[in-house]
Ligand binder design. Sequence first.
Ligand SMILES: [Zn+2]
Length: 166
Amino acid sequence: MTSLWNKPGVPHKGWRCVNIYDVREGGSSAEEAVYATCEMCGKTEIRFVHTMEHDEYGTLDVGCICAGKMEEDYEGAQRREATFRNRAARRAKWLSRKWRTSAKGNHYINAEGHNLVVFPNKFQPGRWKFSIDGNFSSASYDTPDEAKLALFDAFWSVIEGDHRRH
Ligand SMILES: [Zn+2]
């Protein structure tokens, strides 16, 4: 693949990141070594893909270095990738964390000032819900583990909000 950096008509600036994802998400192991190729430079092999969008061009899936150039913010691109990796690592360990059992028999964790609980949905036997600081999830889940992972995703949005406010 040739580099789009040298191709006339491809903007070098004015891009913004609209998504980031891990090409190994969904469980492929490190040994399988799945990588994407950066669509901007056409050569860097990337695991974490930054999807960049430009009003006059559309989208490109690129690596951290090209993303930083395209949005003229190297540190921003690095920070975004570090945050994403940190989230992925924490999510991978989430189920094996030490969950405590409440007096009612529900699994819970207190983390970063929040009370996180998974409990059976009493209106739908065999289904599970979660709560964050006493606010119940609207959805319910087939297994406690599914509820815990959904809880993680909701919890992550909450702590991102906490960090923005500080
Ligand atoms: Zn690149």
